[in-house]
Design a protein around this ligand. Structure first.
Ligand code: NG6
Ligand code: CA
Length: 504
């Protein structure tokens, strides 16, 4: 008996030591932040010292990609390890969409939960909630919990979509049951003012005919209609502070066990209305001010880790869900105040685009215990790879149908290998494939330019082929000179549409 007792004490002790050694993992996921929007990536007009410091203390990537050029599919890819275009219904989700992540498959958080991580999502969700229709006045599920998050504090959709309330562990925060919430994306519900009926109440005008002129919340009209829930409305200027506080509180409660925090900021998505500490401070209008706020947020999280003595063994990934857009629905002077700043750096396109700026995003990994500081890498990888890489990091082997498009890139993430992913698929409108120096964009119908947002989308009825080693700006289409390369890459793209990685 005594022996069993000592053995089990030893076992628990070992487990504790083992668990201690596993790094905490934080993914800081910015929204619509472009490759060129940070000073460590060449932004000269404003400076982002806290994010630059992550890069100085870690590894900065120049060829890392989100799976897609918009938010919902990118987040789906990140959390499932599966290319979103393989599943129907993963396009930009309305605020009342059903949950699009299957609850019976492994996800990034559930995989980490299995080996003792406490997991949380704090910030923007935009992956749908519930099944069929959502009753915002009771417990809302399935949602983050059912896909592997122990704790959640979320904005359900995106900042410009109703309902503009926080949902904490499945319940709307500060909801007054006498003022229940109704949401509709079809027709007006209730009597709350809307942007088209009451423009005099707006602090920022929407562009006409772009959908952002429906229910007014916090003096900003949104996409979609809601009524009720007034006591639960968020204040846009407070969002960054609110979610940062929640993140720090989650970290502080988990100092003695490994944790995974998926921290998805609303910055710098529209409507941009940062806190007064940042408004007017960048000299670049509200878009620039939102970048300053994002940088502050990162600084606060790092400061909390430092003061809790967790920094050394915490792996932080900083990235963005898709490329930049300057004007996306509101007249917030982003265009007028841009000056000569290039949000996409030297790349072509932007958010929504098949060109590089759609998915080539800032990507920094810091983990002092295991990554050398102040290094840069041009290795090719995708956000979809974080799933397998973190499985490897935590000593897990994946089952056959887990994370079917995710490769283990842990050596590359920690600066120990420079080997590119064999090939990588990007989703703009059409799909593109990168292999070695070549990028092929499949022929597609659709406009070349989205004039509302002024972004070149990459659509062309002809195949496009670019040599990214010489032409990062995708200016010279070499398809007709290289029919063999086009044939190979289009065949590879076609076969990968069906292919799922077979795991040993
Ligand atoms: C677009 C919206 C845009 C934004 C985007 C989603 C219009 C004209 N534009 O449809 O404002 O909400 O969807 O952005 O409605 S994302 O980053 O969440 O994908
Ligand atoms: Ca986005």
């Amino acid at each position: 008996m005594k022996k069993i007792f000592f053995l089990s004490v030893a076992f628990v002790f070992n487990l504790a030591v083992w668990a201690q050694q596993k790094p905490n993992i934080i993914i800081i996921y910015a929204d619509d932040l472009g490759y060129g929007d940070l000073s460590c990536y060449g932004m000269s007009k404003i400076s982002t010292p806290n994010i630059d410091k992550l890069a100085k203390q870690g590894l900065q990537f120049s060829n890392a990609h989100s799976t897609s050029a918009t938010c919902t599919p990118s987040r789906y890819g990140l959390l499932t390890g599966k290319y979103p275009w393989k599943q129907k219904g993963t396009g930009i989700a309305p605020g009342d969409a059903s949950l699009i992540i299957p609850t019976n498959k492994a996800t990034l958080p559930s995989m980490l939960q299995k080996v003792g991580y406490t997991t949380a999502v704090i910030g923007k969700w935009h992956l749908g909630l519930g099944t069929n229709s959502i009753d915002w006045n009771t417990e809302i599920k399935p949602g983050p919990k059912e896909v592997g998050f122990d704790y959640s504090f979320i904005m359900p959709a995106t900042l410009d979509r109703v309902p503009c309330v926080y949902v904490e562990n499945g319940r709307v925060v500060n909801l007054d049951p006498k003022d229940p919430i109704t949401v509709s994306y079809k027709e007006k519900v209730g009597n709350d003012p809307t942007g088209h009926e009451n423009p005099e109440q707006l602090r920022m005008k929407p562009y006409p005919n772009q959908g952002h002129n429906e229910t007014i919340v916090d003096s900003i009209s949104r996409i979609g209609y809601m009524s009720g829930g007034h006591s639960a409305y968020w204040k846009d200027a407070d969002i960054a502070g609110d979610i940062t506080k929640k993140a720090i509180s989650f970290i502080s409660k988990n100092t003695s066990n490994p944790f995974f925090l998926y921290f998805a900021t609303g910055d710098i998505h529209v409507p941009r209305y940062p806190h007064s500490k940042f408004r007017g401070k960048s000299g670049m209008g509200l878009r620039g001010d939102a970048i300053l706020q994002l940088d502050w947020t990162v600084g606060e999280i790092v400061k909390a880790l430092d003061s809790l003595k967790l920094s050394k063994n915490t792996l932080i990934v900083f990235s963005s869900d898709n490329g930049p857009v300057v004007n996306d629905g509101y007249m917030d002077k982003a265009v007028e105040m841009l000056g000569n700043h290039k949000p996409a750096g030297s790349f072509r396109g932007g958010k929504y685009s098949a060109f590089e700026a759609g998915t080539r995003v800032p990507f920094i990994v810091k983990w002092p215990a295991n990554i050398q500081p102040n290094k840069k890498t041009s290795v090719l990888l995708s956000h979809v790879d974080l799933f397998s890489s973190f499985a490897q990091l935590t000593g897990q082997s994946l089952q056959n149908d887990d994370a079917p498009d995710s490769f283990n890139m842990l050596p590359q993430l920690t600066g120990k290998s420079k080997k590119d992913r064999e090939y990588l698929i990007e989703q703009g409108g059409p799909l593109s494939i990168i292999q070695g120096k070549w990028k092929y964009i499949e022929p597609s119908k659709g406009p070349r330019i989205d004039h509302d947002v002024n972004v070149e989308l990459g659509n062309d009825l002809q195949p496009q082929l670019y040599d990214l080693s010489k032409d990062t700006g995708e200016k010279i289409n070499l398809a007709s000179q290289n029919p063999d390369v086009v044939a190979n890459l289009s065949a590879l793209l076609k076969s990968s549409k069906e292919l799922e990685i077979t795991r040993p």
